[in-house]
Design a protein around this ligand. Structure first.
Ligand code: HEC
Length: 167
């Protein structure tokens, strides 16, 4: 049976939904336990808190770099934090923690449909975050600036393919 021979209406019946995954209509399974012992909602909250923290540290570095005389100690603390989180991010997206869990999340299904691509995006981020921290600890502001831009590109690289509603 070819898909083209089906009308759109019958295709919708077969797929049991039209318009793709919809957080609002997914049945809530946030209380279900994952193999790591956390519930789905705990896992999603943990990763969102972690990513928020990455965002906060990244903003600290950005704000300092805009100053004529950046506070290098603050940059060093923030860069160390980003590197630490970059090594954890691989544990933050276990299978089952997408929007179809009924928990609000911007994590796209492409994370689990394209695990190699997602893994590659994590590796890029890890590498860049490590280089940013090395530059930060050196105290060389020009090197920090360059490494910061590279690291920022790796956030966008992942968000473009694996995060909804990024602006
Ligand atoms: C490997 C993929 C990946 C990388 C790398 C990545 N992110 Fe994200 N980020 C995501 C995904 C997916 C979400 C959505 C998570 C959710 O809603 O469950 C997200 C969410 C966020 C959020 C929102 C958190 C919240 O409050 O819900 C911020 C802020 C953020 N990322 C900042 C960054 C910054 C800054 C970097 C780089 C320094 C970065 N991210 C690198 C995938 C990534």
């Amino acid at each position: 049976m070819k898909i083209q021979t089906l009308g759109l209406a019958s295709l919708c019946v077969i797929l049991a939904s039209c318009g793709g995954a919809d957080t609002e209509s997914a049945e809530y399974r946030g209380d279900e336990e994952l193999p790591n012992g956390m519930t789905i909602s705990e896992m999603i909250e943990t990763r969102q808190d972690g990513l928020e923290d990455v965002g906060g540290s990244f903003k600290t570095i950005s704000d300092e770099l805009k100053k004529g005389d950046p506070n290098v100690a603050d940059i060093q603390t923030a860069a160390a934090n980003v590197e630490a989180h970059s090594q954890e991010i691989g544990d933050w997206f276990p299978e089952g923690t997408g929007a179809d869990s009924g928990v609000e999340t911007e994590a796209l299904d492409s994370i689990w449909e394209d695990p190699e691509g997602f893994e590659a995006a994590i590796t890029k981020f890890e590498t860049a975050a490590g280089e940013l921290n090395t530059a930060a600890q050196s105290g060389d502001v020009e090197a920090i600036q360059a490494a910061f831009e590279t690291a920022g590109g790796t956030c966008k690289n992942c968000h473009d393919s694996y995060r909804a509603d990024d602006d």
